[in-house]
Design a protein around this ligand. Structure first.
Ligand code: FES
Length: 499
């Protein structure tokens, strides 16, 4: 892995078998992150036979690249955003449901004896030097309205112009938690397959999950894949973003354990400490941009380092990684049955809060499968239509997709000749009438794949910071050999052997 996260470095690698042949279970789960493994845990406990298929390793999708922060309020666009799109009741439902998800993680870690450094810590939101004060003030009011108790902000090595804290929030090592939970469920009979990529889901009397090495027949399917695989209406309601993280050691004192969100006028940064094999680490996450729409992103890591050096006495930079998130149009994730499907459940639109929402999604969906009434099903209903709350983002996102599709098909060529692709660079080139995504490695060899995203036909863009081909339309990402890294695409970029 080119950019392993601090969690990858601090957690043992899993070795589950690949699926070989066909299988029949009550519930098939696609995706072995926190959503899939928690759902598998809850459903197995309820007596269902469950199989989890993971394209790579358990927790190596979004879960293993997150911050490991858990809080009842909302990160990113904020709780007040839900209040302004809906009402105070909706904010309360969101906060209460998120708090219940954090409690469940604490319970599971305790009951199952999972060593994942779970601890209750304060969460702090602040602006520095007068930037983004109004956002912080609105968030403070929203937190109080939603029933959260607000405290003065925790000290920070920058002048804070406005800030507040919430007590009793939490942090953990998300990869140790998920791999620990996977070990528990596997030992009690839940089937887990790694290196097994789902390639299609067919619905009929029963569902069939087709994979690269066998089919799974199931009464129900959970798409625990961060964004659903294939073509779903919900893709028109999601914006895909990438953000970057660095982990450093400090010469001096580390900030007290806690979640620190620093708001700036056009950016926000999430800061926390964590233990790693390289000692105590201070990490910062930020530099967010839409997937595929920041051509010059190579300096994202440097900017994050500069952010930390301005505030702390940095000794060394030990980790660099990146993560993806999908923002929902109305500020609330989509969890449950999608509009079209009867037996397939989706869980997406978690924005910056995938660990909490992933756990909540597992709670809601496992109740729905067992036909148990869940108090939050309606709030997160994946088939809801909220035209007023979603209108501006829906229009913006679909304009972006249409614009990218048209612009890229008409104009997207970064170079005319292969010789223009320098070592370590990727460019889209039209060769023999075909749009090709061409990467030249350090020793000069060329890797060429089709530049046409197999999801819905947009043209992929080069991601210099991560050496991947990223699709600006719905966030699919591909390795230089075309393999799917993440997103809704089932299939890889087509390999081109002759250029
Ligand atoms: Fe939808 Fe590429 S992700 S077209």
């Amino acid at each position: 892995m080119e950019n392993p996260s601090v969690w990858r470095d601090a957690s043992p690698e899993t070795t589950y078998p690949q699926l070989r042949g066909d299988l029949n279970v009550d519930v098939a789960i696609i995706g072995g992150g926190i959503t899939g493994i928690t759902a598998a845990y809850l459903l197995s406990k309820a007596g269902k036979s469950v199989a989890v298929v993971e394209a790579r390793k358990i927790g190596e999708g979004a879960t293993g690249f997150s911050t490991g922060n858990l809080y009842a309020t909302i990160g990113g666009e904020g709780l007040h955003n839900v209040g302004s799109k809906f009402d105070a009741n909706k904010m309360k439902e969101v906060v209460n449901s998120r708090a219940a998800a954090i409690d469940l993680i604490e319970q599971i870690a305790g009951n199952e004896g999972i060593e994942c450094s779970f601890e209750r810590v304060p969460w702090t939101l602040f602006s520095v030097e007068g930037k983004s004060e109004s956002f912080v003030i609105k968030e403070k009011e929203a937190a109080e309205t939603a029933g959260l108790e607000v405290f003065p902000h925790i000290s920070y090595p920058m002048p804070v112009s406005e800030g507040f804290s919430l007590q009793n929030q939490a942090q953990f090592n998300p990869l140790k938690y998920v791999t620990g939970l996977a070990t528990k469920i596997y030992s009690s009979g839940c089937q887990i397959f790694e290196g097994t990529r789902a390639t299609n889901v067919k619905e009929g009397e029963t569902c069939v999950v087709e994979t690269t090495s066998g089919n799974i027949t199931a009464s129900q399917v959970i798409m625990a894949t961060h964004t659903p695989k294939g073509i779903y209406f919900v893709h028109t309601l999601l914006e895909a973003y990438r953000e970057y993280a660095v982990g450093v050691t400090l010469k001096g004192e580390y900030p007290a354990a806690g979640v620190y969100w620093e708001m700036q006028s056009s950016e926000h940064y999430s800061v926390r400490t964590a233990d790693s094999p390289k000692g105590k680490i201070l990490m910062a996450l930020g530099q967010m941009h839409k997937v595929g729409l920041k051509e010059e992103n190579a300096d994202s890591f440097e900017k994050l380092e500069a952010f930390l050096r301005e505030r702390f006495d940095v000794a060394s930079v030990e980790y660099r990684w990146s993560a993806q998130q999908f923002k929902p149009a109305d500020g609330i994730p989509y969890i449950g049955k999608s509009i079209a499907d009867n037996k397939t459940y989706i869980a997406t639109g978690f924005a910056a809060d995938g660990l909490t929402y992933g756990t909540l999604a597992a709670m809601i969906i496992s109740d729905q499968i067992q036909e148990i009434e869940n108090p939050w099903s309606k709030t997160y209903d994946a088939s809801r239509i909220t035209p007023l709350a979603s209108a501006s983002k829906f229009a913006k996102e679909n304009f972006t997709v249409a614009y990218e599709l048209a612009k890229d098909w008409l104009f997207k060529e970064d170079a005319n000749e292969l010789s223009e692709v320098k070592p370590n660079e990727g460019k889209v080139i039209k060769l023999n009438g075909t749009k090709c995504a061409v990467y030249r490695n350090e020793s000069g060899s060329l890797h060429a794949v089709s530049a046409i995203c197999p999801h819905m036909g947009c043209i992929v863009h080069w991601n210099a910071a991560e050496k991947s081909w990223d699709c600006p339309c719905h966030g699919s990402r591909f390795a230089i050999d075309g393999e799917v890294l993440e997103g809704p695409a089932y299939n890889p970029l087509k390999k081109l052997n002759q250029i």
